[in-house]
Write a protein that binds this ligand. Structure first.
Ligand code: PLP
Length: 815
């Protein structure tokens, strides 16, 4: 039954119609009377109703898309960290009030229904979440933009904390099925690995024929991306790997049963797991297979569709298609598109090269050297023989051109090569093969231009640009902080909620001086803190004091993000309380969450340290209500949606120059938390937006860090020897003070023996000082709420709607 009245755009006819449809659907999925239904049935029923509504619009959109009336953007990314979708769909359809009221009247628990959805963890952190925010904003703004990635059978591991340590458990997210995807077997394509390339001359032209390859079938699963209260429905296409035939019959018939089975499992392994490493480079053959897998399959479908609607010609392709590559994992788009244009479409190299560059744009996400992808040449050559030949030719022509234009710069020219030191340098391939290269915050883009890629910048200055990241306010504020949303509506009206219009939140500024408004803002924060405290009580049995400051650091665990600095300061506070239990300190609750890559031993030690300190502090009667430490397990999008709205302090304390942008910092800000951070990534822009009076900054600047790293001059031992607080704390790390089974020698050594690569000790004293300032400001609640209001008022520029508009103007030029 159609719920939508087609005459009034996406308006649900009536609550009554929805109520009937819902009850009927629950009875269909359960085969029982409504009164017998479980939460699971109700979830499945609501999901189906939502999908029926959206797929009707989707079909209309897809036919628009097929006609190629508008330029299409395709985000190629190895991760899409989309989070739960049910509530987002309901909200974007404009069904929220109707659904909430109806379910309430039926005595059905909407929150419980939402919790039935398994949060798809198809990404590690910021990079994957950024893609999900971009898809939401692209659809909200009515642009045709789609995702292209991998449908991992197992998402990122589920994190449990057992005996203070991270334990990884497989995430079987598809166990109960997934209602928001549609599999399209008729659109499956073959991806070819290994084999040989035979060259043949046909009519005076060289033909390259790929033979004896291992074929793998790529099957697309499409998830609709529904725009906010408009009629745009875009697609997230995730590819799943299958054997071409379930059994390799000829092998099977010869009696090689195991070999036939092995082929099947080899094929399926390609989309089996997400690599659980957020920054470190994974040099595995399987990872390279994954990268080619979604690149090859995605481009094949895009090209096929384009040709079908353009009389079989590819000529206008770059005017209608943007291939946007999210970090270097999809950089094989460059040689693969060349392969299609040259080998399959018969274009001359130069024409094809021009078309490729015009079609592709590239976003870089990190400057950490261990994250810049490089593949052994022989591995690429064997796995992707024809693609490798094309990379070789791209490289040869590039170096030739450079040597022609810059004959006196042979060393520099060679240093920019794609192929050198026996490796394929993916970032070089991406820069050389695209028309736009951008960093993800002003500071990061500057570092790309001046350090990481300075030689490329000298050669291609026009290619470099900057687009500061953003996050979708629809999920991370309106959806997860309804109290705040309502207060804003009541205070300044509802215009700020229109896609692309979040900067009109500045209308809030006068209210920052308004005592009644600030009181309400504080009340909402308090309610959000209680909501989080309830969750932590229920899941971990730890009781939090909602009147204490909630000081929060949630993100992947990484040395450069410096969770260590935070916990060392906690230990300091604990030591101070032990020596003076009656000290007049503002009660504080430190909340940590985040996963460490399973192979990242140091990061796992930091998790253990946080938990060990938490055990000790939370169980020490001396401390009473003044200090609490919690590590919330299994940080994912759903947990994030509970935590950000409850935070008062946003810890963004990376070593300056290391965090490309950060997006967590933006989610905190739009929920009214105050940033306590280094001048790094987008923190710099947050500080610019709100003014230095409304953020708490500290620590070395990126230039100071750079100078120490290039010219030396930092000795962590000197800092240690001159600070008795550090001597006590670091002593406790190795003395078994916290009652743990093993000391933290590895952490101790990194700080003192290996000269503290991330400047934790150097920034310790300024960090302690700024923490004291924060506590003092908090004593003045009026002042605090005023600062909080100012932060919310200026958070509009960190909406991903603004990022997408910037990409559109600077990179894609859709209009
Ligand atoms: C926003 C987000 C991140 C990124 O956080 P940063 O603080 O920018 O590192 C990681 N994981 C999840 C689940 C997120 O929602």
């Amino acid at each position: 039954m159609a719920i939508t009245d087609k005459n009034t755009k996406h308006k649900v006819k009536t609550k009554e119609a929805f109520r009937k449809a819902f009850i009927k659907k629950v009875e269909e999925v359960s085969g029982e009377d409504f009164s017998e239904s479980t939460t699971r049935h109700q979830y499945e029923a609501l999901a189906e109703l939502v999908m029926e509504e959206i797929t009707a619009e989707w079909a209309v959109n897809n036919s628009r898309l097929h006609k190629m009336e508008e330029k299409q953007i395709y985000f190629f990314s190895i991760e899409f960290l989309i989070g739960r979708l049910l509530k987002a769909y309901v909200n974007n359809l404009g069904w929220d009030t109707m659904v909430e009221e109806t379910l309430d009247e039926l005595g059905v628990d909407y929150e419980a229904i939402q919790a039935e959805e398994h949060d798809p963890a198809l990404g590690n952190g910021g990079l994957g979440r950024l893609m999900a925010c971009f898809l939401d904003s692209t659809a909200a703004l009515g642009f045709p933009g789609h995702g292209n990635g991998i449908r991992y059978k197992y998402g990122l591991f589920e994190q449990k904390i057992i005996n203070d340590e991270q334990v990884e458990v497989a995430d079987i997210w598809l166990k109960n099925g997934y209602p928001f995807e549609i599999v399209k077997p008729d659109k499956a394509v073959v991806v070819k690995y290994n084999g040989d390339v035979r060259v043949e001359e046909v009519n005076g032209k060289m033909q390259f024929i790929h033979e004896n390859y291992d074929p793998v079938l790529a099957v697309p699963y499409d998830i609709p991306v529904k725009g906010y209260r408009n009629n745009t429905v875009n697609s997230l296409r995730l590819w799943s790997a299958k054997p071409v035939e379930d059994f390799d019959l000829s092998t099977f018939n010869q009696g090689h049963f195991l070999k036939a089975m092995q082929r099947k499992s080899e094929a399926e392994s390609i989309s089996q797991i997400l690599y659980p490493s957020d920054h470190g480079f994974e040099g595995k053959l399987l990872r390279l297979k994954q990268e080619y897998f979604f690149v090859c399959a995605g481009l094949k479908r895009i090209v096929r569709r384009y040709k079908k609607h353009n009389h079989g010609s590819m000529d206008g392709f770059p005017d209608k298609i943007c291939i946007h590559i999210n970090d270097t994992h999809p950089a094989l788009c460059v040689p693969e598109l060349m392969r299609i244009l040259v080998d399959e479409e018969g274009y001359d190299w130069d024409v094809a090269w021009d078309m490729t560059i015009k079609s592709i744009s590239f976003t870089n996400h990190t400057v950490l050297p261990e994250a810049l992808e490089k593949w052994p040449i022989d591995m690429v050559q064997k796995l992707l023989p024809r693609v490798y030949q094309i990379i070789e030719e791209i490289n040869r022509r590039f170096i030739n051109d450079m040597n022609w234009f810059y004959p006196d710069q042979v060393d520099r020219n060679y240093s920019m090569a794609i192929l050198k030191d026996g490796q394929v340098h993916m970032a070089h391939l991406a820069i050389i093969g695209s028309h736009s290269v951008n960093g993800v915050a002003e500071l990061h883009s500057k570092i790309l231009r001046e350090e990481t890629f300075k030689d490329f910048y000298a050669v291609f200055p026009d290619r470099f640009t900057s687009v500061t990241n953003g996050v979708t306010q629809r999920r991370f504020m309106m959806g997860s902080n309804p109290g705040l949303k309502t207060l804003l509506d009541d205070t300044i009206g509802t215009d700020w909620k229109k896609p692309g219009n979040m900067c009109s939140l500045e209308a809030l500024l006068p209210y920052a001086q308004d005592a009644a408004f600030c009181q309400k803002l504080g009340d909402i924060k308090h309610a959000n803190k209680e909501r989080l405290a309830k969750y932590i009580k229920e899941t971990q049995g730890i009781v939090l004091n909602p009147d204490s400051i909630f000081d929060v650091q949630v993100k992947r665990i990484h040395e450069y993000k410096r969770q260590l600095l935070n916990i060392l300061h906690v230990i300091l506070t604990y030591n101070q309380l032990r020596s003076n239990p009656n000290a007049d300190i503002v009660p504080k609750t430190y909340i940590f969450a985040g996963k460490a890559a399973p192979s990242y031993v140091y990061a796992k030690e930091v998790i253990r340290l946080i938990n060990v300190v938490a055990d000790r502090v939370n169980n020490d009667p001396l401390v009473k209500d003044k200090l609490k430490v919690v590590f919330v397990p299994n940080f994912n999008v759903s947990v994030a949606e509970l935590i950000y709205p409850a935070a008062e302090i946003s810890e963004q304390i990376s070593t300056a120059g290391k965090e490309a942008s950060g997006t967590g910092n933006m989610k905190f800000m739009m929920n009214g938390a105050l940033t306590l951070g280094t001048m790094d990534g987008a923190n710099v822009e947050i500080a610019e937006a709100v003014g230095m009076d409304n953020v708490f900054t500290f620590g070395l600047s990126d230039t100071e860090v750079y100078n120490y790293n290039t010219h030396g001059g930092y000795r962590s031992l000197e800092v240690y020897e001159s600070d008795s607080r550090l001597q006590e704390i670091l002593g406790q790390l190795i003395s078994g003070f916290f009652g743990e089974s093993a000391g933290f020698q590895m952490i101790y050594d990194s700080l003192l023996l290996h000269n503290d690569t991330y400047f934790v000790l150097k920034d310790f004293a300024p960090y302690v000082d700024i923490q004291d300032i924060v506590s003092n400001v908090y004593r003045d609640q009026k002042q605090w709420q005023k600062m909080s209001a100012i932060n919310i008022a200026h958070s509009g520029i960190f909406s991903s709607d603004r990022s997408i508009e910037d990409y559109e103007k600077r990179v894609w030029k859709v209009k």
